[in-house]
Design a protein around this ligand. Structure first.
Ligand SMILES: *Cc1c(COP(=O)(O)O)cnc(C)c1O
Length: 376
């Protein structure tokens, strides 16, 4: 059996080696390493794929979030509401810009930000909401949009984990995740659903004026060369990474299908087991399974992971510590117990290997080994 990995980037590469190698060599041949034609070409393809007017490439997903908040002109003291159950980058950039992160709890089924909790957290200082489409499934965008309209707030979608997912509106119409709010942000970190071979990110918007400002901020606050009207940052997507992403974007829907097939296999093995809650596929999106995350019940989770590891199966806890209990983010406004759903998830979730190259032999080994422990 092929060695099981959380994400098997090497097997994926070998399946398209010729195309990728050619794309990389084309960039090297032209030496257009920064802002070359490969970046413009990928940007166009991604705009078309997402059905969005503007894609602004940048250096990584964290920058995409930070640049969005800068381009919106958010000022120190402005409050930004986000989820307590996410990767740290979401709250990190809020804190770095001296904005005030306001955390709220999540929905126990989708692990996504709870719209009712957002509503309760809105104050006169609130300027933006950052919903995260966690693990590949969309947040409750229509409810969140209603709150945003009512209180005149900007929505910045953290779409680092759900690129390619469709958001399905209650009337049945669809839009791509990350293109529903004012701004969408994504990451092309290698292990993301659309990953490059280094760091990369992008920002999406339909708003022409905002797109202009986002391009100014990523480019040292400069619209006309060497005239700096704003304090910006240096955040670019490398041409080589763009060339790789242009190849991989063609496969993104097939990748999602493969991830769903692996999730189906897991679901079939685990559904109905009283000690396991399989991922809930909520009707508002087609889950693209960035992660396959089980909620364990009355199980020694550390012993389960040790058992899996002893069978050469990796497993991870995303995320072991809620944001409000992270050392750097301790804040007198928050204490243990404030976000009971997040805290309970942090203590009980486990994510299994999930990628585009999992084969049936590997999936069988994973499900059999896991059930061996759970049913013992
Ligand atoms: C990966 C990730 C980020 C950050 O992306 P980088 O490209 O690593 O900077 C931000 N938010 C979420 C939810 C992520 O998963």
């Amino acid at each position: 059996m092929k060695k099981i990995q959380m994400v098997d980037l090497r097997s994926q590469y070998l399946n398209m080696k010729e195309e990728i190698d050619k794309a990389i060599h084309e960039v090297i041949d032209t030496c257009a390493f920064i802002n070359g034609p490969a970046v413009a070409a990928f940007q166009k393809d991604l705009e078309k794929y997402l059905g969005v007017k503007h894609v602004i490439p940048c250096a990584n997903g964290t920058d995409a979030l930070q640049v969005s908040m800068m381009a919106l002109g958010l000022q120190p003291g402005d409050e930004v509401i986000t989820t307590s159950f996410t990767f740290i980058a979401t709250a990190e950039v809020i804190a770095l810009l001296r904005l005030t992160p306001v955390l709220v709890d999540v929905d126990p089924d989708t692990f996504n930000i709870d719209p009712k909790a957002i509503e309760r957290a809105v104050t006169s200082k609130t300027k933006a909401i950052v919903p995260v489409h966690l693990f590949g499934q969309c947040a409750h965008m229509e409810e969140i949009m209603e709150i945003a309209v009512k209180h005149n707030l900007a929505i910045i979608e953290d779409n680092c984990q759900a690129i390619g997912a469709d958001y399905i509106f209650k009337d049945g119409s669809r839009k791509k995740a990350g293109t529903i709010g004012r701004i969408g942000c994504t990451s092309f970190f290698p292990s993301k659903n659309l990953g490059c071979y280094g760091d990369g990110g992008a920002i999406f918007t339909d708003d022409d004026e905002l797109a202009k400002q986002l391009r100014v901020v990523v480019n040292h606050g400069m619209a006309v060369r060497y005239y700096h009207d704003y304090i910006g940052v240096n955040s670019r997507l490398d041409s080589i990474q763009a060339a790789i992403l242009k190849v991989k974007l063609q496969y993104l829907d097939r990748y999602a299908a493969k991830r769903r097939a692996a999730a189906d296999f897991y679901d079939l093995a685990f559904t109905g087991n009283p000690k396991l809650k399989t991922p809930v596929r909520y009707s508002n999106s087609n889950h693209v399974f960035h992660q396959y995350t089980l909620v364990t019940k009355q199980i020694d989770r550390a012993a389960l992971i040790a058992h899996l590891n002893s069978k050469d199966i990796p497993a991870m806890i995303y995320y072991p510590v809620p944001l409000h209990l992270q050392k750097a983010y301790l804040d007198p406004r928050y204490k243990p117990g404030d976000f009971p759903v997040t805290e309970s998830l942090s203590n009980s979730v486990v994510s299994l290997p999930m990628h585009t190259e999992l084969d049936e032999e590997q999936l069988k080994h994973i499900t059999t080994s896991l059930l061996e422990f759970v049913n013992a």
